[in-house]
Design a protein around this ligand. Structure first.
Ligand code: S3P
Length: 428
């Protein structure tokens, strides 16, 4: 689907974005391996989460949707049944990587596959630690799907993560649920801690001390009732649109503001944007309303240790930096190269087409962006990547002249109603 996007004057009003993708995946997974029923309100209905659900249904888990509730019949840590076909993760890195941690604990062999983009993404990062815990994993070229995992008798371990990745940390923590004894993961930089929070909520013995997380395994989890907060990554497209389009004011209700995830709020404040966090509520995850008004922004320096907290927001931050005064330096963003597409390439190519190319420089793992006064409408490419697509849609709203974006249906990966919500909240 080719989407035509015309510039708009401003966006306005009160909106809600769909449930958080990372938290939804974890709710399905923990619900499936807990004992008893889990009831989840506002689970994200998107392609990625539907792959996770389908995989667990294939392993005997009942998952029923009724209105805004999803009910998961948990089968206990070892109660999954061997699927009678390979499990597909579609385009979802979170599904394949975290699910591998659970499969490492099962007494059967399973094969995990996925689409072309997922086939290019690195898996050695989970294969190595899970193998050290005792799983037998075969992979194409030792690093790519299909993965064949023969789980079973795992042993606990202590490990240091070479790459800052919540998916890898989570795979190890899920595997750590199985053996008796304590498994510890140490990170170089703090990544999103949704797994730790939700595991604790389900009764797991998880402890966090600075950059070290440990889990004591061999203990069953209990099904829970929980609500999924709005996804800050989805909200960030509307937040940046409101900052960029003059006279905009938008309030986004009930967004997850977990500090390991909401780095964009701090980045925006440092860039000079008018962003407020209101009505904060604490729970297994903190939730708040985010209010944003338009205003001028300026370039800043973003350190490597900050990147895990904005890893999915970097494409939209690139758009904002392209329209901010001065230079923005973003250090150590090499993980962007191994997302659904190489997001340094996809964003640079698109922003170049819109006239911001001269200011977009890549040096090693750093990106430097010098802002321009105005972007110009152009024929843009999603690269099949949802976040490139939504970031460029926001850039197109703020441009001179109409733009088009190819393969725009890729937004269904995380945010199926994106274009509708954008249309409903803008003023021509
Ligand atoms: C995710 C972790 C991040 C993020 C992805 C979701 C998660 O990936 O980019 O969209 O749910 O744990 P990495 O762990 O590869 O950084």
């Amino acid at each position: 689907m080719k989407k035509i996007i015309k510039p708009v004057k401003r966006i306005f009003g009160e909106i809600a974005v769909p449930g958080d993708k990372s938290i939804s995946h974890r709710a399905i997974m923990l619900g499936a391996i807990a004992r008893g029923r889990t009831a989840v309100k506002n689970i994200l209905d998107c392609d990625d989460c539907n792959y996770t659900m389908a995989a667990f249904r294939d392993m005997g888990v009942s998952i029923e949707k009724r209105d805004e509730m999803t009910f998961i019949g948990g089968r206990g840590l070892k109660g999954l049944v061997k699927p009678n076909r390979p499990l597909s993760a579609g385009n979802s890195g979170t599904t394949v990587r975290i699910l591998s941690g659970i499969l490492a604990g099962q007494d059967f062999e399973t094969t995990l596959t996925g689409d072309e983009s997922l086939s290019k993404r690195p898996m050695k990062r989970i294969i190595e630690p899970l193998s050290s815990m005792g799983a037998a994993i075969k992979a194409r070229d030792g690093d790519h799907i299909p993965l064949t995992i023969r789980g079973g008798a795992l042993r606990p371990m202590d490990c240091k993560l070479a790459v800052p990745s919540a998916q890898v940390k989570s795979a190890i923590l899920f595997a750590g649920l199985y053996p008796d004894g304590v498994t510890t993961v140490e990170e170089k930089f703090k990544t999103r801690d949704h797994t730790e929070r939700m595991m604790k909520y389900f009764g797991a013995d998880v402890k966090t001390e600075g950059l070290k997380v440990s889990i004591a395994g061999g203990r069953e989890l209990t099904g829970k009732t929980l609500e999924i907060p709005g996804d800050i990554s989805s909200a960030s497209f509307f937040i940046v649109a409101a900052v960029l389009l003059k006279a905009s004011k938008i309030r986004i209700k009930d967004v997850n503001v977990n500090p390991t995830r909401a780095g964009i709020l701090d980045i925006l404040s440092r860039m000079g944007a008018n962003v407020k966090v209101l009505n904060k509520k604490e729970g297994y995850e903190p939730v708040a309303d985010i209010e944003v008004e338009s205003g001028d922004t300026r370039g800043i320096t973003i350190e490597e240790r900050e990147t895990p907290g904005i890893i999915d927001e970097l494409p939209i931050i690139f758009v904002l930096a392209s329209l901010s005064k001065g230079k923005t330096l973003i250090k150590g963003v090499k993980e962007l190269r191994v997302k659904e597409t190489d997001r340094i390439v996809s964003m640079k190519e698109n922003l170049e087409k819109m006239g911001a190319g001269a200011g977009f420089k890549v040096e090693g793992d750093d990106v430097m962006i010098e802002g321009v006064e105005k972007l110009k409408g152009s024929d843009l490419k999603s690269f099949g990547d949802h976040r490139t697509c939504m970031s460029m849609a926001v850039a197109a709203l703020a441009a001179d002249g109409a733009s088009s974006i190819d393969d725009a249906e890729c937004v269904n990966k995380s945010f199926p109603g994106f274009f509708n919500l954008l249309e409903r909240s803008h003023v021509e």
